[in-house]
Design a protein around this ligand. Structure first.
Ligand SMILES: *Cc1c(COP(=O)(O)O)cnc(C)c1O
Length: 228
């Protein structure tokens, strides 16, 4: 199998797994948007999938790296929705507000205010608030209670649109542990983001996205499974 065949195979495998998880949970596949995490992928791999029309939403974890890639002539002509999924430093927030469509990792109001101030006229910058699922120091994000408070605060900002929550599950968690961590967040999501509006619950990565989709994720973030 050459590299292009391998990438197509990976993509199909992910689609099949998403379909299986939806079927198992009685969910509609249309509710789920695949967020392709391109941060570690080489340009050639990303360009190939773009040319096939397979990438609609992409995630990058670093502002500089994302700008360098997606503003280059080869990439700039593709119309994809760009998400920042990594921690956002305040000194990068102005650039991020101009460049990204979504900030999926927002975790403080000060940064939200900087984003609001620098969002270009006529644009609504969509944001997800990052929730910390465990107390481990390495996890970023807010407790669920703090996150819900931040959503309310963001709703007072003119140029931002709060549209959901994002969380990263701890590595090595069992399926039952994952379900127990995801369920309270899904409940809060349904309460805070009514079904009529544009809303995203971003749970699940390559190792746990099937469980995450069964538990209600609408925006699984998949990197290594696509680009392995
Ligand atoms: C890198 C990254 C991913 C993708 O992880 P894979 O295990 O490669 O699918 C998802 N979410 C976040 C926040 C990441 O930083």
């Amino acid at each position: 199998m050459n590299r292009e065949e391998k990438l197509l195979q990976n993509f199909q495998d992910v689609q099949n797994s998403l379909a299986t998880a939806c079927k198992k949970a009685g969910r509609n596949r249309q509710e789920i948007t695949l967020l392709a995490v391109t941060k570690y992928a080489p340009d050639t791999d990303v360009l190939f999938l773009l040319q096939q029309g397979l990438l609609k939403h992409i995630g990058e974890s670093r502002v500089q790296q994302a700008l360098k890639r997606w503003t280059s002539p080869q990439f700039a002509s593709f119309n994809v929705v760009k998400h920042l999924i990594g921690h956002l430093q305040q000194n990068k927030a102005a650039k991020a507000a101009q460049f990204f469509d979504f900030i999926d990792s927002l975790d403080n109001f000060e940064t939200a205010e900087i984003l609001d101030k620098h969002t270009p006229a006529g644009k609504k910058l969509r944001v997800l608030v990052q929730v910390k699922l465990t107390q481990r120091e390495t996890q970023s994000g807010l407790s669920l209670q703090e996150a819900r408070k931040l959503v309310k605060q963001i709703r007072g900002l003119e140029n931002l649109q709060a549209c959901g929550y994002m969380a990263i599950a701890p590595q090595g968690a069992t399926e039952n542990e994952l379900r127990a961590l995801f369920a309270p967040l899904k409940k809060a999501f349904d309460e805070d983001f009514p079904k009529e509006q544009e809303r995203y619950l971003s749970l699940g990565m390559s190792e746990d996205f099937m469980v995450a989709v069964e538990e209600g994720s609408t925006l699984p973030r998949i990197g290594s499974k696509l680009f392995t």
